[in-house]
Design a protein around this ligand. Structure first.
Ligand SMILES: Nc1nc2c(ncn2[C@@H]2O[C@H](COP(=O)(O)OP(=O)(O)OP(=O)(O)O)[C@@H](O)[C@H]2O)c(=O)[nH]1
Ligand SMILES: [Mg+2]
Ligand SMILES: [Zn+2]
Length: 354
């Protein structure tokens, strides 16, 4: 392409040419505009990737995200406090999670440690706010499994919440593990187990624990060995208590349930990635109140909801939503008493909420 200056020279030199065709000049002007636009774009792109010279990059993993993008990053067996490069902060992402616990990043050590790059996530366990814009809140990134930590009582067991966790986990290829803690508060364990029958029949991993009575801890540890697991659930369900028991010395803060509401008081305030001494990693997370699913995943819910994935193959319509359709295998299973009405109601509630 002819440089702008040369083109001007060309125009000046040829001004005396008599038979100049008007459309030739137009063509040059058009090229000028295209070139200017291209240069503009280059500057923007350059800004996006421009980094300081002489970076000393080392790969690390986000252990904790504090306010103002201050992160604790695990780099070569040490914990390093890092800030986030201005360039990353400027990235206008749909989520407010430029970095999340469990993310892999490149840290520049040439000056004060600074996160320069984020490495794309394998997956994440995320919940979504229920407002119009559906902000994503990443609970943890790059994980194998989630321990859906529930308590039999105080706070009360919520099957609807378990269903939501299972859906989110299945969509993101995370193994869901249902943990029912505080079974010491149950008068009769058999009654609890009967309530869990549906999930058992559908081959979900279910563990009954009591951090109080140290029950089920060995069994839980076996499942966690060598894996990367996030503990999530209502505040006060006992996530931190269980982790402390699984590995004495973790000394995570736990606190009494509020006497009035029988709910947790959000003792764990930010998610933390820690290493097990028996192999693998864990993320302890703050308790949640609600778990909103992603609206764009609505059609996936019709296939991944617990108990539905096996039956859905037999539904007459390929994209059956199991609501208004005839010849729906889920509805037949309800009639036969095979699919509990309560779980179907939970399905419809989730489906309609999206
Ligand atoms: N009875 C009984 N109490 C338990 C059990 N596990 C935990 N608790 C109690 O429940 C309360 C809350 O436990 P935490 O471990 O702080 O709960 P958490 O899930 O980490 O709560 P957040 O950090 O707020 O999300 C504490 O008072 C624990 O002692 C249990 O198995 N049985
Ligand atoms: Mg906690
Ligand atoms: Zn159906």
């Amino acid at each position: 392409m002819i440089k702008k200056r040369e083109k001007k020279k060309f125009k000046r030199k040829n001004i005396k040419i008599q038979n100049i065709k008007i459309n030739d000049i137009e063509k040059f002007e058009e090229e000028d505009i295209i070139e200017e636009k291209r240069a503009e774009k280059k500057i923007i792109e350059k800004g996006k990737i421009s980094k300081k010279a002489n970076l000393e990059l080392k790969k690390g993993r986000i252990l904790e995200v504090k306010s103002n993008y201050q992160c604790l990053v695990g780099v070569e067996n040490s914990k390093v406090a890092c800030s986030l490069s201005g360039r990353l902060k400027q990235l206008n992402l749909k989520t407010r999670n430029i970095v999340a616990v469990g993310d892999y990043v490149n840290v520049d050590f040439s000056d004060i440690p600074r996160i320069e790059e984020t490495i794309p996530r394998k997956n994440s366990l995320s919940r979504f706010s229920e407002d119009d814009f559906q902000t994503e809140i990443i609970i943890a990134a790059n994980i194998d499994q989630v321990v859906i930590t529930s308590s039999f009582k105080e706070p009360k067991l919520s099957f609807g919440l378990i269903d939501r966790y299972i859906c989110a986990a299945e969509i993101n290829e995370i193994i869901p593990i249902i943990c029912i803690n505080k079974i010491d508060l149950a008068d009769n364990l058999e009654v609890v187990k009967m309530k869990m029958e549906f999930y058992k029949r559908n081959n979900f991993i279910i563990i009954y624990t009591s951090a109080e009575k140290k029950y089920g801890i060995e069994e839980l540890r076996e499942i966690l060995k060598g894996k990367e697991t996030v503990f999530s659930g209502h505040s006060g369900a006992g996530k931190s208590s269980l982790i402390n028991l699984l590995q004495p010395g973790m000394d995570l803060r736990v606190a009494e349930i509020s006497g009035y509401s029988k709910k947790g008081i959000h003792v764990t305030s930010s998610a933390r990635l820690l290493e097990w001494n028996f192999g693998g990693y864990l993320v302890d997370t703050p308790g949640i109140k609600t778990f909103g699913l992603r609206r764009e995943d609505k059609d996936k819910i019709t296939r991944v909801f617990p108990g539905i994935s096996e039956l859905v193959k037999e539904c007459k319509f390929k994209n059956c939503t199991h609501t208004h359709e005839k010849d729906c295998e889920i509805k037949k299973a309800i009639e036969k008493g095979y699919f509990p009405v309560e779980r179907y109601d939970s399905y419809v509630r989730i489906f309609e909420s999206l």
